[in-house]
Design a protein around this ligand. Structure first.
Ligand SMILES: [Cu+2]
Length: 404
């Protein structure tokens, strides 16, 4: 699976025709660059060469035409534009030519305010999988307290790898237009009330790929988040022939999916050691500077049962030594001066079961407190996320631990 720190997009490729689309794009891009420069460069050159101070009026000749030049500037651009047309047309043809339904799995897709639903053909026992209902925004009151929980539910479309999938898409007649967009597959098509539109794809890589609604005209299309989960064939078959809601492995609610869903990745690198707006969530907990600042100034912002941490528990060389040790993930020999900290943070620095913060990892207590209060510190401001549920915190913590 491709996990990276930006929202998943054109850097991931997982459908058989994705390479064709990319090729058409790059050919378009470079030919446009060549055509653009072939106009702009001579334009500047001639503007300079024939500037008013350089040319006398009596030198200006009236040239009526130049046959070789006219032929060249007609034929060369025409040929280049035919090349553009060829690649654009041939990749569009692959995208728009549906495989035979008898050799494909046909899934019905319904887009409605503001979710995607998927309905499969009956399996061998006549059971019909209906998935979706899906991602709903949590509802908060004016104080940011959650009134109604949001869900991501079963909002994923499960498909086997290397198999043709045809989507029959529509929206209810009293709904609005949507657009089913899968960047990693390079496919996008409108979903129109009362009309049937189709797309097909053949995923060639097992993994999870984002589905977005690309119709950004109404209020909440941007929340119509879903995933296509591409499974190995046996795994798909096992789920499809059964009655379980989702295949084994909690796909749509994986820690990675949650980080994506809540927009954490726009500020935090997750699988790389990289500082975006916030710290990386991969290995680092706190930098030496952050630890020193807390030692010098104390801290009282995360709402732990123990309350505030007093300032000045260590100074000078001791403080430096402790900070380096903590920032290094508490590996190697523990400095004796750490005794000033272990009474509250524990010998292992893990926060003694939640009474104070773990200094070594993002455990559920830390995540819960950071989500509840937000965190304003040396690096910047982390907004509060009061509606993230305990199960979600659990999944995120498990996922973050698994990265180490
Ligand atoms: Cu929509």
């Amino acid at each position: 699976m491709d996990v990276n720190n930006t929202l998943q997009g054109f850097n991931t490729m997982a459908a058989t025709f994705a390479a064709d689309v990319d090729q058409a794009f790059w050919i378009n891009f470079w030919i446009s660059v060549v055509l653009g420069l072939s106009v702009i460069i001579p334009m500047f050159y001639f503007a300079w060469k024939y500037r008013a101070s350089n040319v006398k009026n009596e030198d200006i000749k009236n040239i009526t035409h130049n046959t070789p030049l006219e032929i060249a500037w007609t034929l060369i651009p025409t040929a280049l534009l035919m090349v553009l047309f060829y690649y654009g047309y041939s990749s569009m043809k692959t995208l728009r030519t549906m495989p035979a339904e008898s050799e494909s799995i046909v899934v019905k897709v319904e887009g409605s305010k503001w979710k995607w639903r998927y309905e499969y053909p009956p399996n061998k026992n006549g059971f019909v999988h209906k998935l979706g209902g899906a991602y709903t925004k949590p509802i908060l009151d004016e104080n940011g307290k959650m009134i109604k929980k949001g869900t991501m539910g079963k909002s994923a479309l499960y498909v086997p790898v290397d198999t043709n999938i045809i989507l029959h898409m529509t929206a209810p007649v009293d709904d609005v237009i949507h657009a089913f967009f899968v960047p990693a597959f390079r496919m996008k098509e409108d979903v129109v009330p009362g009309r049937l539109t189709k797309q097909w794809f053949r995923a060639d890589k097992v993994g999870e790929y984002e589905v977005e609604c690309a119709e950004y005209c109404g209020t909440d299309h941007a929340y119509m988040y879903s995933r296509i989960v591409v499974l190995p064939k046996e795994k798909y078959e096992e789920w499809f022939q059964g009655t379980a809601d989702t295949p084994e492995g909690d796909y749509a609610n994986s820690g990675d999916a949650l980080l994506q869903q809540h927009g954490c990745k726009s500020c935090h690198a997750v699988t790389e050691d990289k500082m975006l707006i916030g710290p990386t969530l991969k290995t680092r907990r706190l930098t030496k500077e952050q630890v020193l600042e807390v030692i010098h100034n104390g801290q009282d912002k995360l709402g732990y049962p123990m309350g505030a941490m007093p300032a000045g528990l260590a100074t000078g060389k001791d403080a430096e030594e402790i900070a380096a040790f903590v920032a290094g993930g508490m590996k190697g020999e523990k400095p004796a001066s750490f005794a000033a900290c272990s009474s509250c943070h524990g010998e292992d620095g893990k926060g003694m079961g939640g009474v104070s913060p773990s200094l070594v990892h993002y455990d559920t207590n830390l995540l819960r407190n950071v989500f509840k209060h937000g965190k304003k510190g040396m690096i910047g401001t982390m907004p509060a996320y009061p509606y993230i549920t305990d199960e979600e915190v659990e999944a995120i913590a498990t996922y973050l631990d698994s990265l180490k």
